[in-house]
Design a protein around this ligand. Structure first.
Ligand code: ADP
Length: 310
């Protein structure tokens, strides 16, 4: 599958690098308003390809997106230390208006994969602006938060993250919800597994894991300015599900008719992903507290997205 990437900064280029190394795309086209940057990133990534795959990597213009099955939208301005994701909103909404006006005429049928923050709101804006079916406008959402959640739980239990089945729901950001109630290790409820291996999930352990997931990005940004390896791999993972029609269950953001009592809002819940984008939405069992937290997260996102003039 040919994959286009608009925005060849840290996130876009890292996604391209991950895709190229994993051999998930036959061709990658990198586009940026800074042409020289796109050319340099494409060349640098292309030099890694002979070691790992046969992906063709080029920089290009919007017309070169023709034939792309997926276009990753990673253009925008990055989060500065101390800046919330929501403060980026106005600036990135304007960037997306300009980018979509170029992308849509060339690839009206491509699946759009949104990476720019605040990702849930950018996903909702893109769905509204493009008129594309919501199942084909997919935000990376909490794919990374879910990976962090699984990794920290796995470390606590002494098992691999792949054997932990747990999701982060709602906003990719401060109001996100760690769905503890529905979490499993293997097929065993998490608390029962934890008791069996002698590593109980005390309130303190849960609070530490919650903090590790919720504040991971802030900590990384403080140390190195921005985050990109994790999200680059997460984007490649979503492309893999689409390109191979894998029907994987991943927590991603799309505009959804109703979540936790809130209508028409983009946020993350587990969803089945295949060649046509999101094929089904899944609603994990939640206790009252988790449901209320998801309702708050959804209400907040809906309010912010509705406030953006289109
Ligand atoms: P991040 O860390 O989120 O990747 P960067 O600032 O590294 O942030 O990358 C964002 C990229 O988006 C930059 O390379 C910038 O040139 C690009 N960009 C910004 N506005 C536009 C636009 N209107 N069209 C195309 N690319 C854009």
């Amino acid at each position: 599958m040919k994959v286009g990437i608009v925005g060849a900064g840290m996130v876009g280029s890292t996604a391209g690098y991950a895709l190229a190394l994993m051999g998930l795309a036959s061709e990658i086209v990198l586009i940026d308003r800074n042409d020289a940057l796109a050319v340099a990133q494409a060349e640098d990534i292309a030099h890694a390809v002979p070691f790992m795959s046969s992906t063709v990597v080029n920089a290009g213009q919007y017309r070169d997106l023709e034939g792309a099955g997926v276009v990753i939208l990673a253009a925008g301005v990055s989060q500065k230390p101390g800046e919330t994701r929501l403060e980026l909103l106005e600036r990135n909404a304007a960037v997306f208006r300009a980018v979509l006006a170029e992308v849509l005429p060339v690839v009206p049928d491509a699946i759009l994969l949104i990476a720019s923050n605040p990702v849930d709101i950018m996903t909702q804006i893109t769905t509204r602006l493009s008129g594309i079916d919501p199942s084909r406008v997919i935000g990376s959402g909490t794919i990374l938060d879910t990976a962090r959640f699984r990794s920290l739980v796995g470390r606590h239990l002494g098992i691999s993250p792949q054997s932990v089945h747990a999701y982060v729901l709602g906003e990719h950001g401060d109001s996100e919800v760690l769905a503890w109630t529905s979490a499993r290790a293997g097929s065993v409820p998490l608390s029962s597994f934890a008791a069996q291996v002698g590593s109980p999930l005390t309130d303190e352990v849960r609070a530490q894991i919650d903090d590790g997931v919720r504040n991971a990005a802030y900590k990384i940004i403080k140390g190195k300015g921005s985050t990109y390896y994790g999200i680059g791999a997460g984007l490649a993972r979503i492309v893999k599900a689409i390109a191979s029609d894998q029907r994987d269950v991943l927590s991603v953001s799309i505009t959804t008719s109703e979540v936790a009592g809130v209508r028409d809002v983009a946020l993350s819940i587990p969803r089945v992903i295949g060649a046509d984008g999101v094929l089904a939405d899944l609603f994990p069992d939640l206790d009252d507290e988790e449901y209320a937290a998801l309702n708050r997260s959804a209400s907040l996102l809906k309010e912010r997205a509705d406030a953006i003039p289109l």
